[in-house]
Design a protein around this ligand. Structure first.
Ligand SMILES: *Cc1c(COP(=O)(O)O)cnc(C)c1O
Length: 399
């Protein structure tokens, strides 16, 4: 008999026999064992071989990857530790110094900072385009252009990018199109519109409950998946099994959550547009949105749960509104079951002066709302009381 000390290190590991798990199990262990050294050697060959070390692959993470591959209609997925992990894996995995990237100006702040960093320190050249005219992309093309980087719906202006027109502008070249589809999962499927890679912060709608940091890149081509996977395992940005498991769990309700959040966002956008203290509402589902016709084509089932608006009283009023809400929380995220508010000019975009804010389509008073699953009447009650506090002369103000 072996000593209890030895047995303690080798508990029986149970593999189900005669039945199978119906839900996705959490394989929290990072290591898998082999009987034959040759089998272990074969496992090193790529993402589709046997599991051996969880930075390279894990069954729980693989379940998430397979679900996202189906969701986006791709050939393979890399799940990562965060949305920025996915953006970084894609950019660093596919670019080398001297390469050129074309990107739209209205980008997630972290992506913009990463592109600046790649330009400053790694010799990658970046041309920014407005995202309104595919001819700008054709004019910016160079022999060294490798990537076109777009976002389906941009933050916080809810600018919608004409994916078919933009991917069409680089068709027949070697340029791969990357689309960050975080704001509108399922509502838009960029690969069907010609994208080569779809990036998500799964932190937002896909996990959906505000309890996960995660990301993913879905690839239309398995050879590109393979190249990025090889870089990602060097980078070490792999998804954690428990975060992947929470995300898979979130996916079950994602279609219904996103449909309801879109419907509520449209409802709130309409009510805001009719409110006397509101000067402008940015939501692609409204008739007066600059890309409303495009949104109807690209997002026929709903324009997502994020909207922005400007209120009389500008910067101070925007900031005061973000502090005056009670049901809605002031927080720098989106896509969760609970509604969130942000005042970009004083928080996420605080480094930008008035001129750069204007160039990015953001007013000093712009407020962003991420609509959750609360009843729209309760949200509206909170929003109207906050509007009143934020715009009433001084006294109540930003206290
Ligand atoms: C949040 C977000 C990211 C970054 O994702 P993290 O999970 O925070 O790393 C990237 N793109 C968009 C559009 C986002 O909203």
């Amino acid at each position: 008999m072996t000593d209890p000390q030895t047995r303690a290190v080798h508990p029986p590991v149970t593999t189900p026999v005669g039945s199978r798990p119906l839900g996705v199990p959490i394989y929290q262990g990072h290591l898998f064992g082999f009987d034959a050294a040759d089998d272990l050697a074969a496992a090193f060959q790529g993402p589709d071989e046997a599991f051996f070390y969880a930075r390279m692959g894990n069954p729980t993470v693989r379940s998430l990857e397979r679900a996202l591959t189906e969701l986006e209609g791709g050939a393979g997925t890399l799940a990562t530790a965060s949305g920025m992990g996915a953006v970084n894996a894609v950019l660093m995995g596919l670019l080398r110094s001297g390469d050129h990237v074309i990107a739209q100006t209205a980008l997630y702040g972290g992506t913009y900072a990463l592109l600046q960093d790649l330009a400053d320190r790694w010799g990658i050249e970046v041309t920014f385009v407005s995202g309104d005219d595919p001819a700008e992309v054709r004019d910016a093309l160079r022999p060294t252009t490798r990537l076109l980087y777009l976002e389906t719906v941009a933050n916080p202006t809810t600018h919608v990018t004409d994916l078919p027109a933009f991917t069409g502008a680089v068709r027949g070249t070697q340029v791969l199109t990357v689309v960050d589809n975080t704001f509108v999962p399922l509502l838009c499927k960029p690969i069907a519109h010609g994208a080569d890679i779809v990036v998500h912060s799964t932190t937002k709608y896909l996990a959906g409950h505000g309890d996960v940091i995660g990301g993913a890149a879905v690839f239309a081509d398995s050879a590109v998946h393979r190249r990025v996977w090889e870089h990602a395992i060097e980078l070490g940005a792999t998804a954690d099994p428990f975060a992947a498991w929470l995300t898979v769990r979130g996916l079950a309700t994602m279609p219904m959550r996103v449909a309801r959040q879109s419907a509520s966002a449209l409802d709130i956008a309409r009510r805001l547009a009719a409110h006397p203290s509101v000067t402008r509402v940015h939501y692609p589902g409204l008739d007066d949105h600059p890309q409303h016709a495009l949104a109807q084509r690209l997002l026929p089932d709903g324009a997502g749960g994020v909207l922005a608006f400007e209120l009389t009283g500008g910067r101070e009023a925007g900031r005061a509104f973000s502090e005056a809400v009670e049901l809605v929380a002031l927080g720098p995220s989106l896509g969760a079951v609970a509604s969130l508010v942000m005042h970009p000019a004083s928080t996420s975009h605080r480094q930008m002066d008035a001129a750069s804010l204007t160039a990015a389509g953001i007013a000093e008073g712009t407020v962003r709302l991420s609509i959750g699953l609360e009843h729209p009447d309760d949200l509206w009650q909170d929003i109207t009381q906050a509007l009143q506090k934020a715009t009433e002369p001084r006294a109540g103000g930003s206290a």
